[in-house]
Design a protein around this ligand. Structure first.
Ligand SMILES: Nc1nc2c(ncn2[C@@H]2O[C@H](COP(=O)(O)OP(=O)(O)OP(=O)(O)O)[C@@H](O)[C@H]2O)c(=O)[nH]1
Length: 198
């Protein structure tokens, strides 16, 4: 399926997903025929298909469509990219920020494409570690930069509203390739993402 921008994505709500949500409502003790719930199975199906639309999008295609030959060879950093994903264990949200940097090697990429790549992988059932790696590997193998770095900081609703019920813990994951494996470059990146400079 060709890539479409998130806001243009036309979600086809399948009867099957809607019927499953209707059964869940019944199983939890609700009455799906109650006025306030009449449209809920369809809304829930639509929301779930929106939140998992990444399965039907191609991050490599997004990057390839906007790569430009350019001699700039310093770090390019896009920081504070909002991330909303669903943990694959409980299908509850985890959310936070991604910071992505790369050092070009002959090609740069359209800036907006980096957050779009983050969204393609975030809009799936994920663990934070794999989300970090998916973004890292996609940029590394498609753009073939001199280096790429990804840091994600996120709070997990499955640890907040249920289970261990910890409200203030933030999980940080990171991945580094190429020049970012050298401590000098990595430290410059870490300093930039922790600075208040915008
Ligand atoms: N590593 C990792 N773990 C996650 C992520 N999202 C959720 N989890 C964890 O997945 C684990 C699933 O563990 P289980 O013991 O099978 O599930 P559970 O009984 O619901 O666990 P509790 O949440 O401790 O009640 C939990 O420890 C969650 O905190 C993630 O992105 N990365």
């Amino acid at each position: 399926m060709p890539y479409r921008h998130l806001e243009e994505y036309n979600i086809e709500v399948t009867r099957e997903v809607t019927d499953h949500y209707e059964r869940i409502l019944r199983e939890i003790g609700e009455d799906p025929a109650r006025e306030g719930l009449l449209k809920t199975p369809e809304r829930a199906a639509k929301a779930m298909l929106f939140l998992t639309q990444g399965y039907r999008q191609d991050a490599v295609e997004i990057l390839k469509g906007a790569m430009f030959r350019e001699s700039y060879s310093e770090m390019v950093l896009i920081k504070d990219i909002e991330v909303y994903s669903l943990c694959e264990h409980h299908m509850l949200p985890f959310y936070g920020k991604a910071h992505v940097a790369y050092i070009p090697d002959g090609h740069i990429v359209g800036l907006s494409k980096i957050p779009r790549v983050v969204d393609v992988f975030a809009r799936r059932l994920q663990v934070q570690e794999r989300l970090t790696d998916d973004i890292l590997e996609c940029i590394n193998t498609t753009l073939k930069p001199r280096g790429v770095a990804v840091v994600i900081e996120a709070a997990h609703m499955c640890m907040m509203m249920r289970g261990v019920q910890k409200q203030n813990s933030v999980t940080t994951t990171s991945g580094f390739r190429g020049q970012f494996e050298k401590s000098e470059t990595r430290n410059e990146f870490l300093k930039l993402i922790s600075s208040e400079l915008h």
